[in-house]
Design a protein. Sequence first.
Length: 140
Amino acid sequence: MDRYSSKHIGSGTVVDEAIRRTFLNRGIKDSLPCAIAFEICKQLKVFPLQVGKTADLMDIRLVKCQLGLFGYAPKKSIVKPLAAIKPDLKAAIMAGLRDNRLPCEEAWRISNLLGYHKLQVAGACDSLGIKIAPCQLGAF
């Protein structure tokens, strides 16, 4: 029996049983890479926040953010500012801002739409002094 066999943890918070079982079946105990979290979302047809919340309730750290923002040792972030930002990328970032921040989901959309790597979108944001938030998994 694992330490999360009960659906309830702490003060009555419910852990999603299907996500919990998937974590255990995949051997996920201490950390969950962002890419794997999104594979689980696709597999179970659940929202990223559900996977992130379940990880949090099970004391599983989210690591290796696909935007490079957290979960990399030793510095945590691997984002590097871009020396030059192409006009199409800058325009898309500026158009996607919500409360002076670029949502993670929007950064992914820009990456897919314009063909930039997610790390390039994050690097452009860094160069522009724009924070990326909120995280789709709820990490920030």
